[in-house]
Design a protein around this ligand. Structure first.
Ligand code: KG4
Ligand code: ZN
Length: 437
């Protein structure tokens, strides 16, 4: 049984008789844990956890802080288990040892929805970095019969799938809607009819369960995929390579982004898809082109791509080149070596990405590169960008392949800082087919 006695105006002792105690000091809105003691014989039996948990549960309106010696690993692990996070350090606090300053903050669970194109996805994300459960229902098998996404079919399929995917996700996480702290959803950019399905669903959940609604930009979502199991370091440059975007963005901090350059025509993913179509490969073309390129030689000459001083990209020239090349060879009755052509094309667009990204990193003297978007799942592109970064001493981070293509985990990761800043959206939020970060 936990008892408490007031020691003086500021300090209170919580104790279990003959076992141990915790002393706290309350000043203004802060509650500082100043002493934790458990009898030698009673250690490692969960008593410290029990008393601290009691203090946390009974003081909901205080910011709870503590200092711990950096070498005291068992204590640090106990505090982490309770939900304390390191917020700063104080050097030489314990003679020559550093103190970690830790603050308790409640775990935040966000249920996120992504339905901007042809994937219906729901994810539950803890504290913006931990994927508790994610379900992705892809409509690729339907759309590939048409050679691309048919918007009307996409939105109808989202309507059929959304409640099923929601249910599956909750089941996988073994959680209920009531356990969520907020509901988040992609609202832009994307196909309006598709976006609306997820958006109306998230807003309805927010209304029913009386929890905040958070709107997330899809491209910010792609960048935030880099926050899953990872902490970002600013300033950074982000290279977005997806079906609709090819952008270089400089981010001085979380709230400060500047577009350095973008594609002047097609996006890189769109270009992969068109090259695949020219070669008679199935939609989505990117992974199929990559597969063929693996066994090809770069034997076809490709045009130089936008070799200028800007940070912009261009993919329409190379797309037309591939189209004309295939057309001319067919007319001459010559066979195309698809593997070689895929390899030649992939080498050319990769070099284009690498050279523009390298230029931006060097010109702005930035030491951290993030890659995001569906095309970032391409192994060759990941490898070449990574080699370039090593050569110029830049750290690169790229999400796990499953978080590169569209998914709701990245939306939950992007929603978390908005939750902490209380940047909630109203229930009249509408879908937008186009919007920059
Ligand atoms: O990010 P994403 O899933 O959706 C958009 O927001 O656009 O990206 C889809 C694009 C498609 O164009 C697809 O062909 C391309 O990413 N993609 C790839 C690969 N996997 C997906 N492109 C090249 N190589 C891949 N392995
Ligand atoms: Zn996307």
């Amino acid at each position: 049984m936990i008892e408490e006695i007031k020691l003086n105006e500021f300090d209170t002792k919580y104790f279990i008789k003959d076992i141990g105690y915790v002393v706290i000091r309350k000043l203004y809105e802060y509650l500082d844990i100043t002493d934790v003691f458990i009898n030698e014989d009673n250690r490692r039996q969960g008593y410290a956890y029990k008393i601290l948990k009691y203090i946390i549960d009974n003081n909901p309106n205080y910011k709870i802080m503590l200092e711990v010696n950096e070498i005291n690993t068992p204590a640090i692990n106990l505090y982490k288990k309770l939900g304390f996070k390191k917020i700063s350090e104080r050097e030489n606090y314990y003679k020559d040892k550093t103190a970690l300053i830790m603050e308790y903050s409640k775990d935040v669970y966000i249920l996120a929805i992504e339905s901007s194109c042809d994937e219906t996805s729901v994810s539950i994300v803890k504290n913006g970095t931990e994927d508790i459960a994610t379900i992705i229902n892809s409509q690729i098998d339907i759309h590939k019969n048409y050679g691309g996404v048919v918007p009307e079919i996409a939105s109808r399929k989202h309507m059929e799938n959304i409640t099923i995917v929601l249910d599956e996700c909750l089941k996988k996480a073994n959680m209920k809607f009531e356990d969520m702290d907020a509901f988040a959803c992609t609202y832009a950019p994307g196909l309006t009819g598709s976006l609306l399905v997820g958006l109306e669903c998230a807003k309805t959940l927010s209304l029913i369960y009386n929890k905040p609604f958070i709107k997330v930009n899809h491209m910010l979502g792609h960048i935030s995929a880099n926050k899953i199991n990872n902490t970002l370091k600013y300033p950074l440059i982000s290279l977005i390579v997806s079906g609709g975007h090819t952008d270089l963005i400089l981010m001085k901090d979380e709230n400060n982004s500047k577009y350095l350059g973008s594609t002047l025509d097609d996006a890189i993913g769109e270009c992969y898809d068109k090259v695949a179509k020219i070669l008679g490969l199935e939609y989505p073309g990117g992974p199929n082109v990559e597969k063929l390129a693996l066994n090809g030689k770069p034997s076809y000459k490709m045009p130089t791509i936008l070799d200028d001083e800007s940070y912009n990209f261009s993919f329409s020239g190379i797309k037309s080149h591939v189209n004309n090349l295939v057309h001319n060879e067919h007319q001459r009755g010559n066979e195309i070596n698809k593997e070689d052509l895929c390899r030649s094309f992939q080498d050319a667009v990769t070099n284009h990405l690498v050279s523009k990204t390298k230029k931006a990193l060097l010109d702005y003297n930035v030491k951290y590169l993030l890659i995001a978007g569906g095309v970032a799942s391409n192994s060759h592109i990941r490898e070449e960008l990574s080699n370039m970064c090593k050569n110029i001493n830049v750290e690169m981070h790229v999400p796990d392949k499953k978080y590169c293509t569209d998914n709701a985990t990245m939306i939950g990761a992007a929603a978390y800082p908005l939750y902490l800043k209380k940047e909630f959206a109203t229930l009249d939020t509408n879908a937008k087919s186009n919007e920059n970060i």
